[in-house]
Design a protein around this ligand. Structure first.
Ligand SMILES: C[S@@+](CC[C@H](N)C(=O)[O-])C[C@H]1O[C@@H](n2cnc3c(N)ncnc32)[C@H](O)[C@@H]1O
Length: 231
């Protein structure tokens, strides 16, 4: 028997937010490792693996065949959620793209505005933009897991539609449900967020801006989260 494939910490975190026993879709599957992991771990009976580009999709097809899973991983070529019929699968993973690209994919499929869908989202960058868009468009983030892989910090999120838009705070956009978490991965994410804010502040001070109270207050809140991790 071949050893189960390890997709790495980032995709393991995304997989852990998929509901046990659900058929899932991996949008932007590229190499296809997540689809293979979802099946080999026993979490999903089948997975639709989709990508916009034929090259990556061929890679996913080859991996599925090499792992003996060609009959359980359905590889589809196409953009965003257009590869799926509404209701076909209820666990939808979109990982490894920018936050606004992920938001655009969700926005283009009005049928996911339905509480039965579990959206598992793992932005490669722009997590704050994605959190803002979700909140403003009636999606609620239910869980977030901090992940560190190859020196980069990510957040794996699980969200669902509630139909109740809210105006999120700047701190929520920046940290989401990572706030209050205490772990080495959370500490690394807070440190990365603080570093980005410090750089923004430096740039704006150099540009001669003086009205920086809101940004300074945000940085103080992020530093407080960091120090909470050290206690
Ligand atoms: C950086 S890879 C991420 C692969 C994998 N999801 C991961 O997180 O490791 C992004 C993949 O998404 C695909 N992609 C980009 N935009 C897409 C879209 N709108 N619909 C489907 N796939 C898309 C790209 O072709 C590429 O293969």
């Amino acid at each position: 028997m071949i050893r189960p494939l390890d997709p790495g910490a980032r995709l393991r975190a995304a997989a852990s937010l998929v509901r046990w026993g659900s058929a899932a879709a991996d949008i932007g599957c590229d190499h296809g490792k997540l689809a293979v992991h979802l099946i080999e771990s026993g979490r999903c009976p089948s997975v639709v693996a989709a990508d916009l580009r034929p090259g990556p999709l061929r890679g996913a097809q080859a991996l599925a065949a090499a792992r003996g899973l060609a009959d359980r991983i359905d590889c589809r070529l196409g953009g965003g959620l257009s590869v799926l019929a509404p209701g076909e699968v209820c666990d939808l993973v979109i990982a490894g793209m920018g936050g606004l690209t992920i938001a655009g994919i969700i926005a283009d499929a009005l049928w996911v505005r339905d509480a039965r869908y579990n959206l598992v989202l793992l932005p490669a960058s722009g997590a704050a933009d994605l959190r803002r868009w979700l909140a403003e468009n009636g999606f609620e983030i239910r869980e977030e897991l901090p992940v560190v892989e190859a020196g980069h910090c990510y957040s794996a999120m699980r969200a669902a539609y509630t139909g109740r838009p809210v105006q999120p705070t700047a701190l929520f956009c920046l940290l989401g449900l990572l706030r209050g978490q205490r772990s080495p991965a959370a500490a690394a994410c807070f440190a990365a967020a603080a570093h980005r804010l410090e750089q923004q502040l430096q740039g704006r001070r150099r540009a001669g801006e003086s009205d920086l109270f809101a940004l300074e207050a945000l940085l103080a809140q992020v530093r407080e989260e960091m120090s909470g991790c050290q206690e």
